[in-house]
Design a protein around this ligand. Sequence first.
Ligand code: MG
Length: 352
Amino acid sequence: MPDNLEWKGQQCPIPLSQYPKIIMAHGSGGKLTRDLIHRMFEPILKNQYLDQGHDGAVLENPDARIVMTTDSHVIQPLFFPGSDIGKLSVFGTVNDLAMCGATPRWLSLSLIMEEGLEMETLWKVIQSIGEAAKESNIQIVTGDTKVIDRKGDGELLINTTGVGTLDHTQSVGPSEIRPGDKIILSGDIGRHGIAVLSSREGLSFETEIMSDCAPLHRIVLQLLENDIPIHCMRDCTRGGMATALVELADQSQTHFELREDVVPVNETVQGACELFGLDPFYVANEGRFVLFVPESSADKALELIHSHSEGKEAIVIGSVKEKPKGSVTAANAYGGRRILDLLTGDQLPRIC
Ligand code: MG
């Protein structure tokens, strides 16, 4: 295929000789996803909201600041240890609102079902969505249902769009990250990815690994109520903690220096990662986030996060430096250092 294919006087920004078709890695959250977004979507769809480069868009309005975000959920299998696609599709969007410092308010729910989906499965998922919405204090106010032709076993895909309100005057986002900030991680990493992988592969470990899937708005709202000056937050979902940090270092044009040995990883998760040749820093989570606060507020922030069951293991994992801009390094206990970068391929596809 020629690279110079023209459409409406424009050339396709993705080299067609290399990628004539979409592959799984385009959905990994790594390099190929970033290429699609930065090279194809952004130049065409660019505006001041997308420029925020945040987990959601803060919409300015004379009376209130509104936050809007959207997420599609394509996880396989639909049920896995610790959670399911229903909870994930609510908490995932609630968490993106929370990462913007917003109170979750309203949610849309779009179900795309393949002909053949078991009615019992749908019933269980809808119940789960109801429970998760209640726990997140968010109302489902609109939705859509579509059925597509049968190609497989009766798949279910869910899109949710969330709207929240900013009930404070703080500005939270990648552009607020400053050298000197402490980086707090809210808990142990890698459980969601490994829980999904083990149920997909039919593997069992001595202790069952449960997904960390959980809503994060309660922690965030409590930090805000206590006037913690939050510079930025990001949930460590697809691509794991490393991908979230690499993106933020790039967006804030600062340097993050991490201490690899303090990052909490459950022993069974560590063992499973070694078995599959995965790096826990890049394995998906659904209830973990990184938080950037000035050093003077780090102890108080930690104390507040520790008071929540989903934040018991929160810890300072590093700090922000001025240079080298846009990079992340992790030092191990022996003084060795590695540079973290975006992955090109997909460690685990269809994880969220
Ligand atoms: Mg996010």
